[in-house]
Design a binder for this molecule. Structure first.
Ligand code: ADP
Ligand code: MG
Length: 344
């Protein structure tokens, strides 16, 4: 097998459930996608669509939270992670796979300096001496462009601003030179300019190190900044998967189109107000029959969309889960053309 061509992370038919008053709910429903080597993949979708749980499952963190992976596979560099003993997973997490969560204050310990916390990770995974681990901490703080890294390493988390704390989180996540970095909404709590700088830092790190990045966000603006390919999730399922340019130029799923129309920048370009997607996000305790998006979809044809489940189908563009995909190509393409014409 040619390992260089095999994806670095390959998620296949992943199903994750959490308990509820009415029994186990499926919150990740046969999700498949992969992250190549030297790749940046964004997973996008409204809140509650199953993005974070997919990532937690990939890191073996669903069971500790009371959930279960009922089927499917997560392969990292060819190794199956589903069912892997925790001891072995611990060796991969934080080492081969770095991760960043949304809330830096919940992941950083307020009682230790940031340098000590980064050094501790490196000592645990790489067995470096105290002195070398401290050196490495300064080195990675410097790589995420924290000024005067050597002295700031001795500061405590509360002495950093929100944006700088998020950089510390990135530094910690890359301290062991991971092959894959998983970042779950790492910039959501930050204002737009600080967010843009963090995305630049991430992109630069990716380019220099060749690591792969799996980036989770609910914000298509962020996707446009950083992604090479995009996985769109709705109602626990993947509804579209395509290269970023394709997705923005010609979305194939009405949900993706709706996310685009809701983007302030897109609306501004058309001299209009952003158009939010009507209705509320589908919930796991009551998935709509047929296409899960059909109750909110302006292109819905009830006889086609509201009864049978819809499969994820490959076309020349990527993958799309819409029964009317070939009929809609023109209509969605049209909307996209208007977008790019008015943007020009
Ligand atoms: N620890 C948990 N216990 C029970 N339900 C959960 C837990 N984590 C997530 N869920 C449920 O799983 C669904 C998907 O959540 P999540 O993956 O966090 O969405 P997203 O990250 O896309 O906003 C939601 O309905 C959420 O309520
Ligand atoms: Mg989330």
């Amino acid at each position: 097998m040619d390992h260089a061509k095999e994806p670095l992370l390959e998620i296949r038919d992943l199903v994750v459930q959490f308990p509820s008053q009415s029994g186990w709910l499926t919150v990740v429903d046969h999700v498949s996608f992969s992250v190549g080597r030297n790749d940046i993949v964004c997973v996008v979708g409204e809140s509650g669509s199953g993005k974070s749980v997919t990532m937690q499952a990939a890191l073996g963190l669903v069971q500790p939270k009371g959930g279960r992976v009922t089927s499917g596979s997560v392969k990292f560099a060819g190794q199956e992670l589903v069912g892997m003993p925790n001891r072995q997973l611990n060796r991969i997490r934080g080492n081969d796979v770095g991760f960043i969560f949304q809330e830096p204050m919940t992941s950083l310990n307020p009682a230790y300096t940031v340098g000590d916390q980064i050094a501790e990770v490196v000592r645990r995974h790489r067995g470096l001496s105290r002195r070398d681990a401290w050196k490495r901490a300064i080195e990675v703080l410097d790589r995420v462009h924290i000024a005067s890294a050597a002295s700031r390493a001795g500061d405590y988390p509360h002495q950093f601003s929100g944006g700088m704390r998020q950089r510390v989180m990135i530094a910690m996540a890359i301290a062991c030179d991971p092959r894959l970095l998983i970042a779950d909404e790492p910039t959501t709590a930050l204002d737009v300019t600080i967010q843009a700088r963090i995305l630049q830092v991430l992109e630069e790190l990716q380019r220099e190190s060749g690591m792969s990045v799996l980036f989770i966000t609910h914000d298509l603006g962020v996707v446009a900044e950083i992604a090479r390919s995009v996985v769109v999730m709705y109602g626990a399922q993947v509804v579209e998967n395509a290269p970023v340019d394709e997705l923005f130029r010609s979305p194939r799923h009405p949900y993706t189109n709706g996310l685009l129309e809701a983007m302030p920048q897109v609306a501004l370009d058309r001299g209009q107000a952003p158009v939010p997607i009507p209705g509320v996000v589908a919930q796991a305790h009551a998935w709509p029959q047929g296409c899960r998006f059909h109750p909110r979809c302006g292109f819905c044809e009830p006889s086609v969309c509201a009864s049978a489940p819809v499969a994820l189908i490959a076309d020349d563009h990527g993958l799309v889960r819409c029964a009317r995909s070939s009929d809609l190509r023109l209509a969605l393409g049209q909307a996209a053309t208007e977008r790019s014409v008015s943007a020009a």
